[in-house]
Structures are given as structure tokens and as C-alpha cells.
Write a protein that binds this ligand. Structure first.
Ligand code: DLL
Length: 429
């Protein structure tokens, strides 16, 4: 099903014309911003030099640090009186990034979420629990207005009070839920402990953090639903950048709103079609906060083959962020790869934590792994065997030696929003 069939299935030639037209508009919009006046001057380019879509390569990148430096409103291209909403990113280090929206920006954002939801068959008959943080985080209000736009019955449950969330699913007959995959796992755990099977739930929309295919298998089994991946970032409105269709073989990136490139994050060179690298996005319709070639830091590749659903360009499920990638004794490891291995092992319980240290100039990775209740009450010699088996699986999948410590079920942290499973203590005294 389509929310906007014309745009979702637009022919490639028409799309290229539209993208170019919108790119030129975005460049004019960017010229209202001091940062871009300076960047264009320094790069020796003028928006008039952009005559084809490939010319975008002549334009400078935009970095998150530049958005931070513009705190709070320095990058807005419209007067503050035209801004009707502000969101910010959490900003773990330094000032947060501030994102502003005009009325048109909010309208466009809802359109994107409406497309996402309609694409997977949701609509007026669905009861939708939006179990993400409402407030400055874009996941709450972003999904809320998109879901209302297509006439779903929206329950703005936000996060927290997990037992109450589970009661609501049951009492209101919730058919679709949106949360982070980490929180979905916690919901499953608590529902099981309450003896609830949540029979009405059919669809799970999970995003805002990287999650593996094995996590999908686990969530689908335990919550008995179909799980879809949702990708977005605050700088581009929020969720609504790319989303899985019913085929679930990649996420459709909304081609009339975003121009995507994949680059080598070290050299900044554009990579050949199909190669994996850093996703760079130029949004094509943003009034308040136009961005040119924004470095998302997210690792993926473009998939250009035709999708059975009839829509265009896709990206592969995000592997992680360039800056989340751990380099352990020269080997690159993403936390999502660790998760993928652990979730394939029935002996492993809910949660894990990864610690990286430097011991005598060598990187050491230690993983605490929660066991299942049954496994934990087993005999000591079984525990030793399981520990060895997990370390062996990790070694063969990742190519590095790790020390594994088995811990009691329920002893590691749970997450309501994005999970933080890696503690890198190298360089910290
Ligand atoms: O996380 C927006 C969002 C809300 C997306 C709800 C999906 C659902 P930020 O807080 O700005 O925005 O974080 C953006 O989160 O650059 C990725 O690194 C990561 N991320 C978001 N979605 C996914 C995903 C929201 N599906 C950052 N898979 C992005 C992997 C994701 N990583």
C-alpha cells in the first residue's frame, strides 16, 4: 500500500529532475546561513556551479561539530518567528544539536512517517502504542503526528513503567508498537514475567539504534509480531529517512526528500555503487535547517536493485556508527556484530556489556553475558563449557579473542531508549 504512490514509485529520470531542482532550492536556502556563505567561499564553489546531480561532489561536507558550534540558532535559514518547533539531540559530550522546524518542515516530516506506516500495511484500523521518549527526542512527536495523519488510534505511552505499558497493550488491544529494539526486548522480558502473551500485537517498528538480524529473530519470536527497521536522525527532521517495506530486504530511503551518497569516511572519496561506507545525506526540502552533504557517521551501502514493492532506492540495515566501531588489536568490530553472535546462542540470556581496556599496550575485550535462568542454575562444569563455547563463537565470527564472563539473569542494565552496551576504557586513567 502507498501513501503517496506518485512519489514513492517515481521513474528514475523524473526523480533525477526533481532531485536537481530541489538541490538547487536547498543551496539557495543554505546561502541564507553564515556558515554556508563561508564554506562555499572557502571551497570556491557557488550554487550556480551545480548543474547536474553529480556536481554535488563539488560541495563541502557538513559535520556535526559545525552544528554544535552554531548553538543554539546559528544555522537556521529562516527568522525565529517562522520556527514553530525545536528538537535537540541528547548531546552526550558538549552542547546538544538544535534542530528547528517551520510549518512546512513539520508537514513534510508527517508525510514521511505516514509513508512508512502505510508501506507496511498500517492504517485507520490500527491501535498504535508509541513507546519512545516524548519531548526533545524526535521519535515521540515525529511518529505521533505521522500516525495521526493516517488515522491510527495513537497511544502516546512514552517510555517507562513497563508493567503499565504491557497492561495497556492488552487492555487497549494494541496492534502496532514503536520503540527502540532494546526497549522491545525489555518489554518482552517483563511481559513473560507477568505471564502475558500480548496476542493483539502484530507489528513492531524498531529504530533509533543499530540492531542485528538475530535481534529481529528474537524479538519476533518473543513478541510474536513482525519487526520493521526504522532509520532517521534529528538533523534530518528525525525518524522518516529510511524504512523497511514488507520485503524487509533493505530500507527505502525517501528519494524525493534526501539525496544519499556513500563515502570512505577516512578520505571523503565517494565509493563505487554497492560499496559499504559512511552515509552522507543532503536533505532536499528543509526550510529551517538546510544541510549540505551532512556526514551522518552511519555505516551502510546503497542497494539499487528493484524491490518487489515497486519503490526505489534502498540502504542496507545500518551496521553502526563509524565512531562506534571498535578497533581491537587492529581488527574492526561493531557492537552489532557482537550482538548478532550472542543472540544466535540459546544459552545466552537478555543482555550483555562490552568492556575494552588496554593492558600492557594490548587491547583486551571482555564481555559480560547474562545467562538464561535455566542455564544459570546448571552445574559449574556446564558453565565453564558455555563460557568457552561463547568465546569460541565470538572468535570465529569476529576474529578476535575475548574473555567472557557469565553473569546472573537480570544483573545487567536495561534500557528504555537507546542502549549503551560498550564501555571503552582505553585512554581513560
Ligand atoms: O534516533 C531518530 C529516530 C527516532 C530514528 C526513532 C528511528 C526511530 P537521533 O537521536 O538524532 O535520532 O540519533 C540518530 O541514531 O545517526 C544512527 O546512528 C542511529 N540510528 C537511528 N536509527 C537507526 C537504525 C533518532 N534504524 C542516530 N539503525 C543515527 C541503526 C540508527 N542506527
Amino acid at each position: 500500500m502507498f501513501w503517496n504512490r506518485v512519489m514513492e514509485t517515481i521513474r528514475p529520470e523524473e526523480l533525477a529532475d526533481l532531485q536537481l531542482k530541489r538541490l538547487k532550492w536547498t543551496l539557495r536556502q543554505a546561502q541564507e546561513v553564515g556558515l554556508y556563505q563561508r564554506k562555499f567561499r572557502e571551497a570556491g564553489v557557488s550554487p550556480d556551479d551545480i548543474r547536474t546531480l553529480d556536481d554535488v561532489e563539488k560541495l563541502p561536507f557538513t559535520y556535526k561539530s559545525e552544528l554544535r558550534a552554531g548553538y543554539p540558532f546559528g544555522l537556521f535559514a529562516v527568522p525565529l518567528r517562522e520556527i514553530v518547533r525545536i528538537h535537540t539531540t541528547s548531546g552526550t559530550t558538549g552542547k546538544p544539536t538544535v534542530v528547528g522546524y517551520t510549518c512546512n518542515d513539520l508537514e513534510n516530516w508527517s508525510e514521511l512517517i505516514a509513508r512508512n506506516m502505510t508501506m507496511i500495511g498500517l492504517g485507520e484500523d490500527d491501535i498504535f502504542q508509541n513507546a519512545v521518549n516524548y519531548g526533545l527526542f524526535t521519535g515521540g512527536l515525529g511518529f505521533h503526528y505521522g500516525a495521526e495523519k493516517i488515522g491510527m488510534t495513537v497511544i502516546p505511552s512514552a517510555t517507562g513503567n513497563t508493567r503499565r505499558q504491557i497492561e495497556m497493550i492488552e487492555d487497549f488491544g494494541v496492534t502496532a508498537i514503536h520503540c527502540t529494539p532494546s526497549y522491545a526486548l525489555h518489554l518482552a522480558e517483563v511481559a513473560e514475567s507477568m505471564g502475558k502473551t500480548l496476542d493483539t500485537l502484530q507489528t513492531g517498528i524498531f529504530g533509533a539504534e543499530a540492531w542485528s538480524e538475530n535481534m529481529r529473530v528474537e524479538l519476533e519470536r518473543r513478541l510474536d509480531l513482525k519487526a520493521y527497521d526504522s532509520y532517521g536522525l534529528s538533523e534530518m527532521y528525525g525518524p522518516g529517512v529510511a524504512f523497511e517495506c514488507l520485503e524487509r530486504s533493505g530500507l527505502h530511503l525517501w528519494h524525493d526528500f534526501y539525496l544519499a551518497e556513500i563515502i570512505d569516511s577516512e578520505t571523503g572519496e565517494r565509493l563505487a555503487p554497492g560499496e559499504r561506507g559512511e552515509l552522507v545525506i543532503t536533505p532536499l526540502t528543509k526550510e529551517a535547517l538546510p544541510l549540505i552533504r551532512y556526514r551522518t557517521g552511519d555505516v551502510t551501502r546503497l542497494i539499487d536493485n528493484e524491490c518487489a514493492c515497486g519503490r526505489g532506492q534502498k540502504i542496507e540495515k545500518i551496521t553502526g556508527r563509524c565512531d562506534d566501531m571498535l578497533v581491537i588489536r587492529g581488527i574492526n568490530v561493531f557492537p552489532s556484530q557482537i550482538e548478532h553472535v550472542l543472540r544466535s546462542l540459546p544459552e545466552v540470556g537478555e543482555q550483555f556489556m562490552v568492556y575494552v581496556d588496554r593492558v600492557k599496550h594490548l587491547d583486551e575485550m571482555a564481555i559480560e553475558v547474562e545467562m538464561t535462568r535455566a542455564g544459570f542454575s546448571g552445574e559449574l562444569k556446564d558453565l565453564a563449557r558455555i563460557q568457552k563455547m561463547i568465546a569460541g563463537e565470538l572468535q570465529s565470527a569476529l576474529g578476535i579473542r575475548t574473555s567472557v564472563k557469565l553473569v546472573e539473569p537480570g544483573s545487567l542494565p536495561r534500557f528504555e531508549g537507546k542502549a549503551k552496551r560498550v564501555v571503552d576504557r582505553r585512554g581513560v586513567l
